[in-house]
Ligand binder design. Structure first.
Ligand code: SAH
Ligand code: DHB
Ligand code: MG
Length: 228
C-alpha cells in the first residue's frame, strides 16, 4: 500500500527501506548511535542514507582531507572518515566537551582513531587557528554546527579550501522556512545569510537539494570551489 507523499511516515518508511536494502547499518554505526543516546546526546545526526551519500561524495572525490564542523557523537564523522584515501585525515570541530568525548570513543570503536581528530572548542576559533597556522587545504567540508554561525563558518572555511574542494552544509531548508523572507528565527536567518554569501562568493558555485526522511523536511547546500 502506498502512502501519501506528504506523509512523514512514508519518508521514514523509505529511509528504513533504503537503509535495509543497501545494508547501511553495521556494528560501529549502531554502537555510535546507542552510546550517543545513552550519554543523553540529542538524536540529530544525519540519517544512514545521508551518511552514505556523504561517504560516496568523499569517495568519488578521493578525499584525503575532510573537515567537519559539528561532531555530536561522531556518526557523520564515521561515515566520512571511512571514505578517506589511505593516509587521509578527518578533523572534526566540536564545542561541547561531552559530545567530543563520546565522539572520540565512537571513532575509536570504529577503528578510526588514527585517521581522525576531534578538536574541542568553538568551531570558529578552531577555523581561525587553522587558517593562521597555514593548515593544508581540505578537499571536503561538512558544515553541521549551530545554524546562526553558518555565515561566519563559511568565512572561516574559505581560507581552508582550494580549487576543486566541495563544501556541504546541512539543514539549510528548515521545513521550507528558508524561503520565508519574514522569518525571524535565528536558525533561518543564519542559513539564509549563508545562502546569500554562497551566491555572492565568486569562488563558489552552489545549489540546494531539498530532502525528506526520518528527520523531516530539510536540505543540503552543496558548493564547488572554482578558484583559489
Ligand atoms: N554532524 C553530526 C551532527 C552535528 S549536531 C552528525 O550528523 O552526526 C551539531 C553539533 O554542533 C552539536 O554537537 C553541537 O554541540 C555542535 N556545536 C554547536 N555550536 C558549536 C560551535 N560554536 N562550535 C562547534 N560545534 C558546535
Ligand atoms: C538540529 C541540528 C542539526 O544539525 C540537525 O541535522 C537537526 C537538528 C538541531 O539543532 O535541532
Ligand atoms: Mg545537521
Amino acid at each position: 500500500m502506498t502512502q501519501a507523499a506528504e506523509d512523514p511516515a512514508s519518508w521514514t518508511a523509505v529511509d528504513r527501506f533504503v537503509t535495509d536494502r543497501f545494508g547501511l547499518e553495521d556494528e560501529a554505526l549502531a554502537a555510535a548511535l546507542a552510546k550517543s543516546q545513552a550519554a543523553g546526546l540529542p538524536a540529530i545526526q544525519v540519517s544512514a542514507p545521508q551518511g552514505k551519500w556523504l561517504h560516496l561524495l568523499a569517495r568519488a572525490m578521493r578525499a584525503r582531507r575532510i573537515l567537519e564542523i559539528g561532531t555530536l557523537g561522531g556518526y557523520s564523522a564515521i561515515w566520512l572518515a571511512r571514505a578517506l584515501e589511505p593516509g587521509g585525515r578527518l578533523v572534526t570541530l566540536e564545542v561541547e566537551p561531552r559530545h567530543a568525548e563520546v565522539a572520540r570513543a565512537n571513532l575509536a570503536r570504529a577503528g578510526l582513531a588514527g585517521s581522525t581528530e576531534v578538536r574541542l572548542g568553538p568551531g570558529l576559533r578552531s577555523l581561525e587557528e587553522m587558517g593562521r597556522a597555514g593548515e593544508a587545504p581540505f578537499d571536503l567540508v561538512f558544515l553541521d554546527a549551530d545554524k546562526p554561525g553558518y555565515p561566519d563558518y563559511l568565512l572561516g572555511v574559505l581560507p581552508l579550501v582550494r580549487r576543486g574542494s566541495v563544501i556541504v552544509a546541512d539543514n539549510v531548508v528548515r521545513g521550507g522556512a528558508v524561503a520565508d523572507p519574514k522569518s525571524g528565527d535565528p536558525n533561518v536567518l543564519g542559513v539564509r545569510r549563508y545562502l546569500d554569501l554562497l551566491a555572492e562568493e565568486p569562488r563558489l558555485e552552489s545549489t540546494v537539494l531539498q530532502t525528506v526522511g526520518n528527520k523531516g523536511y530539510d536540505g543540503f547546500a552543496v558548493s564547488f570551489v572554482t578558484g583559489d
